[in-house]
Design a protein around this ligand. Structure first.
Ligand SMILES: NC(=O)C1=CN([C@@H]2O[C@H](COP(=O)(O)OP(=O)(O)OC[C@H]3O[C@@H](n4cnc5c(N)ncnc54)[C@H](OP(=O)(O)O)[C@@H]3O)[C@@H](O)[C@H]2O)C=CC1
Ligand SMILES: O=C(O)CCC(=O)C(=O)O
Ligand SMILES: [Mg+2]
Length: 419
């Protein structure tokens, strides 16, 4: 059935019920992509930590059967030089419903387009969910890092990530520029002969489904606000559209009413009776306010590129990209992955922080309903950080820390589970 994927001899598929809830067997098969660069370091550590947590909590009643699927450089070694994202990888991630991946390299300028983006687009994983929370003891550049507590809903399927762009001086760029000038009356391309050209599609459907998820999350988790972050003053019909369609959805589907003449609006959380405010902020102002007034923000709904920048900026506020987890989700399929990339200079050195991928797995376990194992991973992470046995990224900023390797940190976490 598969060409190179070895399906474990034991375990079953997770399936999706008609109401979109998951049917999780006690021994699910979970596909994983090792990842390029530091993927080779962090992915095995993530698997060890997850297996230890599951074994500790469920005592053999539950067990994950891991199934390696290939993407990136490893895929080219297994399938052939030009096969970066095999069809059967996409099929397995879809069929097995819940998966996890390490980071994949994307070259700058030319070369292949992002495999990470391709995976999200091919499977229509339209929500990029990135929670940002502070762990006690993590070194942070902020005086009060615990005030940064946000959950980012980044639109994951459109915006400039659609990849519609043409190199400067190519026939296609020239053709598009001529069309814009001759047919659309465009006069403001400053250097038409030497411009590369990109197109930014942002739709009503794409915005609505993302904002709907963000608002539902605020309801389910009793959050006080959802902020639409955009640059709609400049990009009026894409980023401005996102803002307007977001507000319209809040009114239409959640009964939000305008506050003081709008555009902010609010509605009562049907579960708790508390108000949820829907507000918006322009992206540049937001980037300074998350430093000066982080407590004013809770759930963030934003476009693809803004979400990319904001994810790393917020990760830095709570101690860096080494503990920044995430998930790519559709209404049925979820593929979990760290916020960071392949950090090539550290690849294969057993050096970096495996925390982001471990916390992505923690999100995965919670998504599967294995709450006890997820809770144990959080407790082990808290204890490991408080013990100050940490990887280089934290050790270089912590007084009195003893630096451990990537695998060493995994072991510190596993030891903490047994304390
Ligand atoms: N989802 C994905 O698969 C993603 C893939 N990428 C890809 O990754 C490649 C490299 O991108 P780059 O811009 O260098 O960004 P990276 O996130 O890979 O690395 C940037 C820096 O972040 C720090 N860092 C990253 N991961 C860790 C970790 N686990 N523990 C501790 N510190 C960490 C390091 O900082 P320091 O130097 O201070 O030690 C590192 O040099 C690119 O090809 C990019 O396209 C990027 C983002 C996401
Ligand atoms: O796809 C890539 O290489 C980068 C993606 C990225 O930075 C992200 O999703 O945060
Ligand atoms: Mg990024």
């Amino acid at each position: 059935m598969y060409q190179h994927i070895q399906v474990p001899t034991q375990g079953q598929k997770i399936t999706v019920n008609a109401d979109r809830t998951l049917n999780v067997p006690d021994e699910p098969i979970i596909p994983f992509i090792e990842g390029d660069g530091i993927g080779v370091d962090i992915t095995p550590v993530m698997i060890r930590v997850v297996d230890a947590a599951v074994a500790k909590v469920y005592g053999g009643q539950r067990k994950i059967h891991w199934m390696e699927v290939y993407a990136g450089e490893k895929a080219t070694r297994v399938y052939g030089p030009d096969v970066w994202l095999p069809e059967e990888t996409l099929a397995a991630v879809k069929d097995y419903v819940v998966s996890i991946k390490g980071p994949l390299t994307t070259p700058v300028g030319g070369g292949i387009r992002s495999l990470n983006v391709a995976l999200r687009q091919e499977l229509d994983l339209y929500v990029c969910l990135r929670p940002v929370q502070y762990f006690q003891g993590v070194p942070s550049p902020l005086k009060e890092p615990e005030k940064t507590n946000m959950v980012i809903f980044r639109e994951n399927s459109e915006d400039i990530y659609a990849g519609i762009e043409y190199p400067a001086q190519s026939d296609k760029a020239k053709k598009l520029i001529r069309f814009l000038q001759d047919e659309m009356g465009v006069t403001k391309i400053r250097f038409p002969e030497t411009s590369g050209i990109g197109v930014k599609p942002v739709s009503i459907e794409g915005t609505e489904r993302l904002v709907r998820k963000a608002i539902q999350y605020a309801i389910d988790n009793d959050k006080p606000s959802v902020t639409l972050v955009h640059k709609g003053n400049i990009m009026k019909f894409t980023e401005g559209g996102f803002r307007d369609w977001g507000y319209a959805l809040a009114k239409k589907e959640f009964g939000a009413a305008e506050l003081d003449g709008g555009p902010w609006c609010q509605f009562k959380n049907p579960r708790t009776g508390r108000n949820i405010v829907i507000k918006d902020v322009i992206a540049d102002a937001f980037l300074q306010q998350i430093l000066t007034r982080p407590a004013e923000y809770s759930v963030i709904a934003t476009l693809n590129l803004n979400g990319d920048y904001i994810s790393d900026a917020l990760a830095a506020q709570v101690g860096g990209i080494g503990i920044a987890p995430g998930a790519n989700m559709s209404d049925s399929v979820a593929c979990f992955e760290a916020t960071h990339g392949t950090a090539p200079k550290y690849a294969g050195k057993d050096y970096v922080n495996p925390g982001s991928e471990i916390l992505s797995a923690e999100m995965m376990l919670r998504h599967m309903g294995w709450r006890e194992a997820a809770d144990l991973i959080i407790r082990a992470m808290e204890q490991a950080i408080l013990s100050k046995k940490v990887t280089y990224d934290f050790a270089r900023l912590m007084d009195g820390a003893s630096q451990v390797s990537c695998s060493g940190f995994g072991q510190v976490m596993i030891d903490a589970m047994n304390d």
